[in-house]
Structures are given as structure tokens and as C-alpha cells.
Design a protein around this ligand. Structure first.
Ligand SMILES: [Zn+2]
Length: 266
């Protein structure tokens, strides 16, 4: 395997997840051995944002953090959360505001609470000037309306784990958003449309991510005995994206890396 020859940046890994606690250092070792030399650790709640920041502090230059509240946790968003996020995004380790957005698929929080939390985090991004790490599922119209309200005033935005349809992709690209692609593209059933759509993403708007511990690529051989995804599999995602786009792995690795460094100022 020549993964180590690549230099990859995982823009979305939930390394604060409890499943990583038993072997955290080994997870980082394996990531490095498979060419991943920087990881942006996703903050998705008050607690995990604080934890992501601590991880980035403990691993300078290798781990970075975002700070935000995922729409699943929007009902927890209060003034104290807002204050905490504002403190975290002011630190050098936190590179983006998010994960934030709307998720009307799971509906773990009421729509009104999701919109309110999203709007407050958009306001944080406006104030701090850092880019946005965004999540959208089954909420495209409301999501666009929120984004359009701040259009032209936010620094940059990435729609992470894009799995949507062509019209959604076009809307994001029209708004100059970056697109994050996960191992969803490796799924023979659900990922087929994504292999065609990913060709439409300009090379300077594309980034890659594992979304670990979620979204273990379905076509790994051999399959790990556990079902946990981890950053070491980013090279596998990169290869799938490259194949879909008709690029070499090295080309996709280089362009997504350059985009990630510019986007997150790594
Ligand atoms: Zn997400």
C-alpha cells in the first residue's frame, strides 16, 4: 500500500466520539501511516466542541477543531452555548464554525429550534470571520434561505458530507460553497449518483472527509471486524473520488489538500 506517500487532510472526523477513547493514539498512528497528516476534528455540541478544541491543543499542527452545534442538538442551544462557541472560535485551534445547519431527516430537534440555532451560528461566523462547516439533510429550501440571508458577508462555507441531488449541488456551487465528500461515494447502492455528481464539482471547490466513526466505506476489503470508520480510510475515499472524476489519486489528493489548507487556513 502506498497511502503513506500521499498527503491527505481529513476535513471532518468526530474524534471526540466515545468509540475512539480506548485506542485514540493508535487511531492517530494509523492515520499518519496511511498518509493523513492533518485532521479537522468536528465539534457538534457544546461538549464535543470543547473536547475538539482540547484535542487540537494537545496535537498542534496535526489536529484542528471546529466549534458548533449540530442540528440534532439544536434544542440544547442557549445563551451559554452561544457564549462558549464565541470563546472557542476566538482561539487559533478552532478553524471553522460548525458543524451547524439543518436536518429534517432525523428531526431530533424541532425545525424552529434548528433554524434558530443555525441563525445564531451564522451570526457567530459573521462576527469572527471564520468559515462555516455545514450539514444539510432533507432541509434544502430552509437551509438555502438561511444561507442567503448572510450571503456575501460570510468568509467561506463547506457543505460537508454532500449526498444530495444535482439541483442541490448546483445551488451550492452557485453560492460558491465548497463540497465535502465522504465514503458515501463508495456505497454501491446509495453512492452511485454521487459518482456522477462529483464530476461537476470544480477542482478548487472539492474536499474529502471520513466523518469517522460514521460512514465506514462499504467496499473495504478486508472489512474491519468493527464497524467503526477512522481517518486511516481517507485514502480509500480519495481513491473513489479520483476514479469517479477521472483523475489520478495524486491529483485528487493534491487539489483537495490545497483547498483544505486555504479553506481552513491550516
Ligand atoms: Zn453532518
Amino acid at each position: 500500500m502506498k497511502d503513506a506517500a500521499l498527503a491527505l487532510i481529513d476535513i471532518g472526523a468526530n474524534l471526540t466520539h466515545e468509540s475512539f477513547r480506548p485506542d485514540f493514539d493508535a487511531v492517530l498512528e494509523r492515520a499518519r501511516a496511511h498518509g493523513v497528516d492533518q485532521v479537522v476534528v468536528t465539534g457538534a455540541s457544546a461538549g464535543s466542541s470543547r473536547a475538539a478544541h482540547a484535542l487540537a491543543q494537545a496535537h498542534p499542527g496535526f489536529l484542528h477543531a471546529t466549534a458548533g452545534v449540530h442540528p440534532h442538538h439544536a434544542h440544547e442551544y442557549d445563551d451559554a452555548t452561544d457564549e462558549l462557541l464565541r470563546q472557542l472560535v476566538a482561539t487559533p485551534e478552532v478553524k471553522a464554525v460548525g458543524e451547524t445547519g439543518l436536518d429534517y431527516y432525523r428531526n431530533y430537534s424541532p425545525h424552529a429550534a434548528q433554524v434558530a440555532a443555525f441563525e445564531r451560528q451564522l451570526a457567530i461566523a459573521l462576527d469572527c470571520g471564520k468559515p462555516l462547516f455545514l450539514h444539510q439533510r432533507d432541509a434544502h429550501a430552509d437551509f438555502l434561505a438561511c444561507l442567503d440571508a448572510v450571503r456575501g458577508r460570510i468568509a467561506r462555507a463547506v457543505v460537508h458530507c454532500f449526498t444530495g441531488e444535482r439541483a442541490e449541488l448546483v445551488d451550492y456551487l452557485d453560492r460558491d460553497c465548497y463540497i465535502g465528500i465522504t465514503g458515501w461515494i463508495c456505497d454501491e447502492r446509495r453512492g452511485q449518483h454521487l459518482r456522477e455528481l462529483v464530476r461537476l464539482v470544480p477542482a478548487d471547490r472539492l474536499m474529502i472527509e471520513t466523518d469517522a466513526p460514521y460512514l465506514l466505506p462499504r467496499d473495504l476489503h478486508p472489512k474491519p471486524s468493527h464497524r467503526r470508520n477512522e481517518p486511516m480510510y481517507l485514502a480509500h475515499v480519495c481513491a473513489a473520488v479520483a476514479a469517479a472524476r477521472g483523475e489520478t489519486i495524486e491529483q485528487t489528493a493534491a487539489s483537495t489538500r490545497a483547498n483544505s489548507r486555504a479553506f481552513f487556513t491550516l
